[in-house]
Write a protein that binds this ligand. Structure first.
Ligand code: SF4
Length: 312
């Protein structure tokens, strides 16, 4: 939603104070929307805690500070239900992806059919990238699964999966590896990550192989573990699976399971736990990205289900 529309909606509900959440990457611009709210006689309260996605909604804190609504910047509605109204406002990153394409064309040259994916902050780059590729005799494919064509979330990669059979490779437009890696882990097709910030295109094959190897190893550790820590978060949009049902199943297999609950899951919070392995029920990317940094082997609960470890 554009900020002008959000202001209209805030006026309709007579909002006097609004709690604003920004993703890390755009926090340096945190005053931009605050000023617009002030100009419209609405008091902004800016959250300096991390915000990882539209799944990360701080309704409790907003209510505590007597805010009438939440404003989530740079994310799209994830379907999290809240008691106070929540508005999602667009934030598009300005940069020219064609400079990166021209510089790194040799990485793409050998592929003919290219699947285009991105995240919401880069959605406006889909059109120029597609046109550029087609002008270089490539065929492009995309699919709309979220709000915009080609748009994925870190844990929702259907925009890529739906076109997987048509393409020779994927090209993910973004900054950093987060979104491209999400799809790379779910497909056998090559994933090329166009990183606007680094002005580079990376093939994600090596990193995917590394993550898959560590995950397979960690799963074996969980199977052999006597004592397992379950990780859950109380962030409304990051509560996945049925931890207490799975806990019972593992206990029936003779394992000790302890449940650890927290707001934000960070590696530092987990290092001191005296357990053999960890199973995460939070954001699925916690147990895939940066796996080598965890001192205790960790997997996502979906690995237990996929590999049907409860049979034994
Ligand atoms: S990947 Fe994690 S942070 Fe991103 S939307 Fe999904 S649950 Fe939220």
């Amino acid at each position: 939603m554009k900020i002008e529309k959000v202001i209209e909606e805030l006026k309709k509900i007579k909002a006097k104070r609004v709690f604003i959440q920004y993703p890390e990457g755009i926090k340096r611009n945190i005053l931009k929307y605050a000023k617009i709210l002030q100009e419209n006689s609405i008091e902004p309260v800016m959250c300096l805690e991390s915000t990882y996605g539209a799944c990360d909604v701080r309704e409790y804190e907003a209510k505590l500070l007597k805010c009438d609504a939440l404003l989530h910047v740079g994310h799209e509605d994830f379907g999290v239900k809240t008691e106070i109204p929540i508005f999602y406002v667009d934030w598009f990153i300005e940069a020219n992806p064609l400079i990166c394409l021209e510089k790194n064309f040799d990485k793409i040259k050998k592929y003919q059919n290219i699947g285009l994916v991105t995240s919401v902050q880069f959605i406006h780059m889909m059109k120029p990238v597609r046109e550029w590729l087609e002008n270089h005799n490539k065929k492009t494919f995309s699919y709309t699964h979220q709000q915009y064509e080609g748009q994925m979330l870190g844990c929702r990669v259907q925009a890529g999966k739906k076109i997987e059979d048509n393409v020779d490779c994927f090209l993910c437009i973004g900054a950093g590896k987060f979104y491209g890696l999400g799809l790379a882990l779910e497909t056998n097709k090559p994933m090329l990550n166009l990183d606007i910030e680094m002005n580079k295109i990376h093939d994600m094959k090596d990193i995917v192989n590394k993550i898959n190897k560590i995950t397979a190893w960690n799963l074996e550790v969980v199977k052999d573990s006597k004592t397992i820590g379950f990780l859950i978060t109380w962030k409304k949009g990051q509560m996945f699976g049925s931890p207490f049902i799975i806990k019972k199943k593992l206990e029936d297999m003779g394992k000790n399971v302890y449940v650890f609950a927290m707001d934000e899951m960070t590696i530092q919070k987990l290092d001191f736990l005296k357990v053999d392995a960890l199973v995460s029920f939070g954001c699925p990317r916690i147990s895939t990205d940066d796996l080598e940094k965890y001192k205790i082997p960790i997997i996502n609960f979906t690995e237990l289900i996929k590999n049907n470890i409860f049979k034994k």
